[in-house]
Design a binder for this molecule. Sequence first.
Ligand code: IPM
Ligand code: MN
Length: 360
Amino acid sequence: MTRFTVGVLPGDGVGPEVTREAIGVLQVIGELFDYQIDTREYLVGAAAIRQAGEALPSRTVQGVLDADAVLLGAVGDPSLSPGRQSPEAGLLALRRRLGVFANLRPVSVHSALEALSPLRPERLAGTDLLIVRELTGGLYYGEPRGRTEAEAVNTLRYSANEIERVARVAFESARARRRKVTSVDKANVLEVSQLWRECVTRIAGEYPDVALEHLYVDYAAMRLVSDPTSFDVLLTENLFGDILSDEAAVLAGSLGLLPSASLGEGPGLFEPVHGSAPDIAGQGTANPLGAIGSVAMLLRYGLKLAEAAELVDETVRSVLHAGWRTRDIARPGARALTTREMGREVVRALKPHVAHGMVR
Ligand code: IPM
Ligand code: MN
């Protein structure tokens, strides 16, 4: 039997709630396909600060480096008094330690959810894009950084190598999709963006079958909501990608639906795009489908189990198609499933696949 080890970092806020359902799905996949998937839990974020005194304990680092893939819930807790250590710093350090420089955030619109978006259905229909966000460089990490009472500084720095390696991920991804890369920058103002544009153009030369366009980030932000179907793969630096991916979530109807994969040389990190959502934490109402979609990405990119990944994605689509809704995607006044109930619906929809011989 093939064995895998998955590091699980539930983290803060709704993180533990959605992660529990995601693990339930992962376990069923193990049963269906006859894989032994061992999960090991570790602390990160505010939970780690409370229990271990630091946002990324060394036990967690060791654990994730030894795993085949890592599933993360969410990080962040505004109730924590601002000290030297922030929960978010733990997440950033984790990304850096894993070396996961390419963050993949797919955004598509399920036809049953088109009405949820503020965009007109005719603009939205057919939206299917992939944001490839650089994740371990740029303003998030650049030195020098710091502040005094009267002044603060952050540094935007990218090397050609950092740009080229994430650009390759974007072009490779485009090859498996509609063969178009839109690179986002601010080359009319920033030297870093000028280097970005040069490097991306150079890498594009290795992919003559993929079309490349360059857009300024301000215009890209506008086109994302005025003409979302014009995008296939969107390639961005770290901060631009952070901003554009929240904007793109509006297209899908809810941030709670979106999964992500962060890839590098070692084990990948898989997490829903939504944060810790402190306003609804502990209520059991969070949407677990972003975390479950992240399990699909973990299976596909982390464990290289494409068939299992496709089954999870397809099952999530069928559950939405059947009309099951959590609070964030339910019509006002309509009954909504809890986090647990939605997780159980997905598991219920997965199980018959054995009986029907869809899985070996
Ligand atoms: C995200 C989040 C993080 C980021 C925060 C929590 C540090 O917003 O994954 O998009 O900015 O990268
Ligand atoms: Mn973000």
